[in-house]
Design a protein. Structure first.
Length: 88
C-alpha cells in the first residue's frame, strides 16, 4: 500500500506541482489478496490527510478461503475440526 500511494503522490506532484495534494479529487481503488493490516490502515489515513478530497476504496479476498475470487482448497493441518479460532 505504501509504495502504491507514494508512487501516486509523486506522479501527482510531478504533474501538478508540490502543493497540489489538498486540491486533488477522484478515487483510488486497491485490491489485496488478504485483509489489510493496522499498518495499512494507518497508511490510508496518512494519504487521506494529504489528499482529503480523494476517495480510497479497498477490496480483498479472504486468504483462508478464497484466492483471487476463486474458492481455495483448504489444507487440513490436523485431524481436528479446522477453524480460524482453533489456532488463537
Amino acid at each position: 500500500e505504501r509504495v502504491a500511494f507514494m508512487e501516486l503522490m509523486e506522479a501527482a506532484r510531478d504533474e501538478f506541482g508540490d502543493d497540489c495534494m489538498t486540491e486533488l479529487t477522484g478515487w483510488v481503488r486497491l485490491y489485496h489478496s488478504h485483509h489489510t493490516s493496522i499498518t495499512g490502515c494507518a497508511i490510508f489515513c496518512q494519504f487521506r490527510r494529504q489528499a482529503p478530497k480523494v476517495t480510497v476504496e479497498l477490496d480483498y479476498d479472504s486468504g483462508w478461503y478464497t484466492w483471487a475470487g476463486e474458492p481455495r482448497k483448504f489444507t487440513a493441518l490436523s485431524d481436528k475440526e479446522e477453524s480460524l479460532f482453533y489456532y488463537a
